[in-house]
Design a protein around this ligand. Sequence first.
Ligand code: PMP
Ligand code: GLN
Length: 382
Amino acid sequence: LLAPDGTIRATIFAEMSALAEATGAINLGQGFPDEDGPDEVLDAARRAIKKGVNQYPPGRGSVGLREAIAAHQKRFYDIEVDPEREVLVTAGATEALAATILGLVDDGDEVVTLEPFYDAYGALIALSRAEHRTVPLRLPDFLPDHDDLRKAVTDRTRLIVINNPHNPTGAVLPLDTLELIIELAHEHDALIVTDEVYEHLTFGLPHIPIASLPGAWERTLTISSGGKTFSTTGWKIGWVTGPAKLITAVLAVKQFLTYVNGAPFQPAIATGLALPDEYFEGIATDLTNKRDVLSSGLTRAGFEVFPSEASYFVVADAAPLGYDNAVTLCRELPELAGVVAVPISAFCHEELAGEYASLVRFAFCKRVEVLELAAAQLARLG
Ligand code: PMP
Ligand code: GLN
């Protein structure tokens, strides 16, 4: 995790946000919204602070939030979760991933992920001293080939970690792929970890939590977070749900990572999870429009744009514009077009980076006028 000179390697998101800050370029790199979330949620946090909800919450998370997480899973997915034993609140989805991977993996186990993968997966699997095996996502729809999945999962696989909907590609895994993953987990006695932080940000396709499918619950831990759903990425309220025995293993690690976090934000996220259906439909509609604005702007600018079905992100190929190396392009993009974006290779092992060398991830979780300005500036590349 350290660079050869002993300094800490900044994450790609920190590096690109610093570049945006330094150059004044429009930041379509790091995925965070440029508008606040719902007033009900923000006001609930203010009220909680005023009411003195400022000391350590219970180790598993405040009772109200755990109950709201369980009620949300019942309402949207018809999954029954016991808030006492089957829910654990964490410092964002990131800590949920950390405690889950560190809690469930032993030295030498194998962990399978899709590739490209969210950068924290690679670092956390390395920290756990497991072997990281990946299944490539195939262009143009960024879905895994079923034969590749079958080859990657073996008796040495301890965890199959999926991210659905997927960052950085915006892909949504189809039902038959989810069913195959469950089948492979049974066949090889592996556990499934599913990162569903973009569960409410899908653009037409329904979100199917793998834990809702037959045969999955007993061996699945589901991770989500309030950051994306309520535009509160800085609050870092996440959670993990699953069978009590697995949750206990995660809690065993989590209690020594942060112990607890975000006391006044916990009731606020509980308020958010109980908002009416219109809120959840509204954020998906708003983001669908933003995806369309940016995707058509990128197409006009000369990129080949891949379909994004969900998340904050769209992938575009810069090769038609004559740029074969997205890393170089992203470093130059602030100067060339006043925009910051992230190369897809930052989400890949080096061996695989080549296939994705000219692909760039753009975030569209920004105001429409910002996206339109970015698109107009990117048109200078052509
Ligand atoms: N998983 C994925 C796929 C993400 O994109 C992110 C970034 N928001 C996270 C986990 C981390 O979520 P949190 O901010 O809740 O830790
Ligand atoms: N998840 C966000 C992204 O993919 C950023 C999170 C971070 O900066 N670590 O851009």
